[in-house]
Design a protein around this ligand. Sequence first.
Ligand code: PLP
Ligand code: TYF
Length: 396
Amino acid sequence: LFAAVEMAPRDPILGLNEQFAADPRPNKVNLGVGVYYDDNGKLPLLQCVREAEQRLLAQPSARGYLPIDGMPAYDQAVKALVFGADSEVVRTGRVATVQALGGTGGLKIGADFLKKLLPSAQVLISDPSWENHRALFGNAGFAVHTYAYYDGARRGVDVEGMLASLRAAAPGTIVVLHACCHNPTGYDLTPAQWDAVVAVVRERGLVPFLDMAYQGFGHGIAEDGAVVGKFVDAGLDVFVATSFSKSFSLYGERVGALSVVCASRDEAERVLSQLKVVVRTNYSNPPTHGAAVVATVLNTPELRALWEQELGEMRTRIRAMRQRLVDGLKAAGVEQDMSFITQQLGMFSYSGLSKDQMVRLRQEFGVYGTDSGRMCVAALNSRNVDYVCQAIAAVL
Ligand code: PLP
Ligand code: TYF
């Protein structure tokens, strides 16, 4: 039966983790996968999560099946976070939200629903993008192409190129957009550039699908979320995949959601019923624990305040590490201007290093980043940053 089964290629990012784990060098540094580590190099367990878990444990509950679309208090909290509790779309019931297995699960539920709705649509992802975007929409049956995004020469977003790609797309084309903290480049659109993108999406009748995996890691929870509001205010039907993996440091709990903004409550009810079909035919219903933790934090004012504070600390520490990296590279003798690293947002820096340089970093120094030159600056800390600077200086 399996004689002809071919070996699938490894995920380029998760594959690096395996290589890193097998590396015996004590001073190795993993800047491959997008995970936030604290200044001690540890994956944090947020205090707000700890306290929510204690509250949940104080009132132990049996574990029945959740509704297909997830825990109601969780879905409500997601809507409030993504759109605003008092927003018109939430008040009038125009948003269909389902709990999902991480942000990836939200993307996949949306992709499967869209494939039934728009079977011959094309999908556009940014050039470059998180590689799983291509694989996920491709496996859902779509032809996946790219829109211009990164401008290596100018070290930023090629906005004109992006708008031109979108203007050239056929109506009904699904456009996957990174709401903030673009993975892998770290370059986001400005609010004015977002306005221009929204206008073209609207004019061309494109279907916007926002991937919000890093809300709060850019400028702040509300600031990063404002992008969603721009699409809503333009009267567009928009998909939003939410992930709490990074913002709650709950990677392994698989907590995320998909929200779909519709034209009316009636439409949202019908859309929700179809999203539930996708969920039911894949895994029946979602798991309880992560959603209970996130709902407890978001719906309890003092825990919510604690979360905002802890998320702010993660954001601030990453900023500080970006600055340390720029300063350290200068001190290590790098003459080219590396200050662009502090202009990037979120967990990643597209360093501009070539594949050869990234391979040398890995082989000679045990510093792991992706071949594309992407480094996870959220894994830098006061102990490893100088070593990383020396390694980068040596290969530059
Ligand atoms: N989308 C982007 C752009 C990401 O970087 C990630 C990272 O993991 C995800 C989605 C998936 O998030 P999750 O781990 O919650 O599935
Ligand atoms: O880009 C990253 O590093 C994160 C983590 O298949 C990740 O988004 C990477 C690859 C993957 C799933 C998650």
